[in-house]
Ligand binder design. Sequence first.
Ligand SMILES: [Zn+2]
Ligand SMILES: [Zn+2]
Length: 453
Amino acid sequence: MESLEGRVLSLEELSREQREFVQKHPDQLRKFYGIREGMCRRCLNQDSRLFQEKPCVKGHGNCFYCLDCLAFSRVSTCSALVYLPVTSLEPREVDFYLEHSLSTDQERISGEMLESLSKGEDRLIWAVTGAGKTEMTFACIRKALSQGKRVAYASPRIDVCLDLHARYKKAFPSEDIPLLYGESKEEYRFRPFMMMTTHQLVRFYQAFDLLIVDEADAFPFNGSALLERAVAKSVKKRHSIFWLTATPPNFLIEEVRSEGLPISILAGRFHGHPLPEAEFSYVGDWREKVIKGKLPNCIHQFLKEEVAQGQFLILFMPHIPLMIKMESILKKLHPDWRVASVSAKDTKRLEKVQEAKGAAYDLLLSTTILERGVTFYAIDVAVLGAEDETFSSESLIQIAGRVGRHKDAPSGRVVYFHNGQTKAMRKAQLTIRFLNRSYQEGREDYHDLFTLS
Ligand SMILES: [Zn+2]
Ligand SMILES: [Zn+2]
């Protein structure tokens, strides 16, 4: 039964058909209890602080349940879990459509990925923002599917998943590609090529031959032990995990250094123009001013110039309340400007982003939610409060990476307005410069990058 394959499920969450299957075919399934020997058998949590003791509803006295994967459903000591191993698939023809041919650099990395796939090894693909990393995955996904392998794509960001789902569907027009995420209304189905947010991997066990993890440096993946375990357990024993990122997190750099994780680096954008470098601009205590309903002078000047030139701009800010305040200040001062704001809490976010792509605004205020995964035709970006701890060097590099994505508009301005430079700001600036220089010089060895700080 397809819908049971490759996932660890509790009896309570099964549909009627699934239950019937479980009763009729006990020989095909593995059944086990939810928590044994201090470990949750669904998410593999072993941290005793993440188990909660509670009187058992089934009358076993006190049972424990796992807090780490509670968001999915409750797994307790006495929960019955079932697991049906995945069936193997026959080799087949896979339809494939590529809009543009790959650049020489993309071709090289695509080849390295194919090699890792055939060896069953993992690989880090470090490709700068705008390098065209999605296109580089097409060949190995096609190869894997045609060999009867199972493939999954996962990213921590739902916006990224939605965007890429459309692109993968276009590239593989004959595949049914389910997209799993928390709020999805679609009925679950298991197919050879699955896409999902990284959280959804928690349910899977030894299901995939090839797993592509996109943007592992993004919240909430980076630093989440639950999600790291989910990646490791969702793949089969022999597998390839491809980590795709423009800003590798420390845990991956550590794996390259000490465990020899193979790495592919693409330091240039697909159109060959350099990455935009950031300017720093000191604004002083901007919070104080914004709270009092005022705009710091230099940012006001900057915004007026941008709007006067008809240049669309995204202004990133660290906190939602300050951003909302800023929006109202701007609307009061400049009723003629078309201003909007977006955040993770904004239910109209996806619509507003679409409107912004259609040039409906002069200025868009955003939290880090738009730092990655979205592409606008010709924009400038600025950060107000770049010193805030919300803005890691990865985040600042991603923000700069929104600019100059299109070959007809390959440059633009990036300004970090700050109240005191931080290490993250300097690291972001240094990294971008280093990548640009390396690419211009045609350098192949980028290991110096790991020592930047
Ligand atoms: Zn758990
Ligand atoms: Zn119990």
